[in-house]
Design a protein around this ligand. Structure first.
Ligand code: G6P
Length: 366
């Protein structure tokens, strides 16, 4: 039946607020890290691979880009991530010992299905999908599947599908790590505990909405925005920029913060807000010096900072304090204020949030 809006103004807002439930459902029944989470043939398939190739489009491409960092650092398995519409038409060097992972909310995106078939035509038979629709073409086409339980997503701009994909990709990372001898019992228990706590952690981030609304009022008057992140949070910057473009029509781009000096610094003025994803990780000090480079040129910084980063509000620096530092799973929390920023900026501009111009929910033709 029809999905009710309830107290929300748009489906996108409802879907952002559903994320604690969506993640809880996606992780339901996960008691231990085991290949069977991905299907009965998974153990056999996973024993025959020594690299990962992720294929996806749009927001799903950014969850894949985040997973690359996890797969290489936690599971120590080489991973490439490719935009499906590029991969299907370029000459690449196939390796039969590759796990081909397609990521798709709908499971029907034409380019992603074609990229999967292309990989198969090159002799890569080990296929897995992270997909939100159990009955989709993608689930039928792949040997293995992890079906996320975000529920029906109506807003064209994907939100809960993205965070549930990340949860599925993290489980894949842990599974491959365990099979390859890089996950001991203690680490497994600790990661499982962090996964189970995600719904509560997400709830605390959602409670920051009023602070994001204040930022959105400033963004609605701008024509451009820049998003900065580093490492694992660079793809989160990319996703934040994509959300803002899609629904508020403000031009936005994301850069890995260390690359600022190689171009985007030339664009920085008080007229271009700079959003910074600032978790407390090993790159924090470097990120802070990147922020200084922006500030010294008169840029306005909007920083989502973990509590222990010692980043404080001052003229030119606006800070939203993230409730807790979340280690490897931090991207799942840090994307939420960026989703809300795009949403409220679009509301302030009065755009058609759930059906942005020129875009479709699912692109089933090339
Ligand atoms: C369209 C949607 C995006 C989505 C992309 C990939 O562009 O507007 O929100 O990320 O398709 O869709 P998929 O269903 O394959 O994840």
């Amino acid at each position: 039946g029809a999905v009710e809006l309830g107290p929300y103004r748009h489906y996108m807002q409802k879907e952002i607020f559903e994320q604690p439930r969506a993640i809880a459902d996606t992780l339901e029944g996960v008691e231990a890290i085991t290949p069977t989470l991905f299907g009965t043939q998974a153990e056999q398939v996973f024993s025959q691979i020594d690299r990962v190739l992720i294929l996806a489009c749009g927001t799903s491409y950014y969850s894949g880009s985040t997973a690359k960092y996890w797969l290489e650092s936690i599971a120590k398995i080489p991973c490439n991530v490719e935009i499906a519409s590029e991969y299907r038409y370029r000459d690449s060097v196939p390796d039969a010992r590759t796990l081909v992972v397609t990521i798709s909310q709908s499971g029907e995106t034409a380019d992603t299905i074609a990229a999967l078939k292309h990989a198969r035509s090159l002799g890569m038979e080990h296929t897995l999908t992270i997909c939100n629709v159990a009955t989709s073409a993608m689930v039928r086409e792949c040997k293995l599947a992890y079906v996320t339980r975000a529920g029906v997503e109506i807003g064209v701009a994907s939100t809960k599908a993205f965070t549930t994909q990340l949860a599925g990709l993290f489980l894949l990372t842990l599974t491959l790590a365990k099979l390859r001898g890089h996950l001991n019992a203690e680490a497994e228990a600790s990661y499982l505990k962090q996964l189970r706590h995600l719904p509560a952690a997400l709830q605390a981030v959602l409670a920051l909405e009023p602070q994001v609304v204040a930022w959105a009022e400033a963004f609605a008057r701008k024509d451009n925005a820049l998003f900065l992140g580093r490492g694992l949070h660079y793809p989160i910057g990319l996703e934040g920029a994509l959300k803002l473009k899609e629904i508020s029509y403000i031009h936005a781009e994301a850069y890995p913060a260390g690359e600022l000096k190689h171009g985007p610094l030339a664009l920085v003025t008080a007229e271009m807000p700079v959003v910074v994803v600032a978790p407390n990780d090993v790159l924090l000090e470097k990120l802070k010096s990147n922020m200084q480079e922006v500030k010294a040129r008169g840029g306005e910084l909007y920083v989502c900072a973990d509590g222990d980063t010692h980043i404080h509000a001052e003229p030119g620096i606006h800070v939203i304090r993230m409730p807790e530092h979340y280690g490897a799973l931090s991207p799942i929390l840090h994307v939420v204020p960026l989703q809300l920023l795009a949403y409220h900026t679009a509301c302030a501009k009065g755009t058609d949030v759930d059906k942005p111009r020129n875009l479709a929910k699912s692109v089933t033709v090339e």
